[in-house]
Design a protein around this ligand. Structure first.
Ligand SMILES: [Zn+2]
Ligand SMILES: [Zn+2]
Length: 233
């Protein structure tokens, strides 16, 4: 099954306003994606609409966030229900600096429903680094039963390599690597599942870099096990 675990909706200030959860789900389904995650910056507020749209479009939703750590690394925290993602989102929100959104520069940050109706406009900039460290966010995500995946670790900004210079030792459910270097990174980290993701911010980026994942049930433990199997291929 094609899996794509890193995508943004219109709630992310850097994403296109065309990226409603509905558009994301239906475009991915048309491209053959079977399981997809919504991971807006530091917020899970659009995951209820995303989960509803995915059910309609016939694909499995994962509900998550792309969190900016205190060190300015991007990490993914993924859950199998909107409720779990929203609870994690509350923990993140309490550690997010209250910088006002510059609408001229970034545009709006709308929370929408599954029919693309705006429910609320968030006026705190969502992309700031939160007060918790990489390690604290990893511990909190895993304590809540979520998948913890450092994002685009080989990107030249907002990644563990750009900010820390190395991948800290620890247990990762996977690491996300920019597609051209996925094989090289799997060789470098043979015990950690290496995945690619689209990190879509605009409709034309949807489903561009999924990976293959086979699992029995769409639950976090089954997905964790399927990810671990990637290193045994
Ligand atoms: Zn990122
Ligand atoms: Zn992203």
């Amino acid at each position: 099954m094609l899996a794509d675990f890193h995508n943004h909706s219109c709630l992310s200030p850097c994403a296109s306003l065309e990226m409603s959860p509905r558009k994301l789900a239906w475009t991915a389904a048309a491209a053959g994606v079977g399981i997809m995650a919504l991971t807006d910056h530091n917020s899970a507020r659009n995951t209820p609409a995303f989960a509803a749209a995915c059910r309609e479009a016939g694909i499995m939703p994962l509900c998550g966030l792309e969190i900016t750590t205190a060190e300015e690394c991007h990490v993914l925290a993924l859950f199998d229900t909107p409720a779990a993602a929203l609870e994690m989102g509350t923990w993140v929100w309490e550690a997010l600096p209250d910088y006002p959104l510059d609408i001229e520069r970034f545009g709006d940050q709308p929370v929408v429903d599954e029919h693309e109706m705006i429910v609320e406009l968030i006026d705190t900039l969502l992309t700031s680094a939160i007060h918790h460290t990489f390690q604290e966010i990893q511990d909190e995500t895993q304590r809540r039963g979520g998948l913890f995946i450092p994002a685009h670790i080989n990107r030249q900004a907002f990644s563990v390599e750009s900010q820390l210079g190395f991948l800290p030792p620890g247990h990762y459910d996977a690491i996300e690597v920019l597609a051209p270097q996925a094989c090289a990174y799997q060789q470098r980290y043979p015990d950690i599942p290496v995945i690619t993701a689209s990190d879509a911010h605009a409709p034309e980026q949807i489903a561009k870099h999924p990976f293959q994942l086979d699992f029995s049930h769409p639950t976090i433990p089954a997905i964790r096990e399927a990810l671990a199997n990637l290193t045994r291929l």
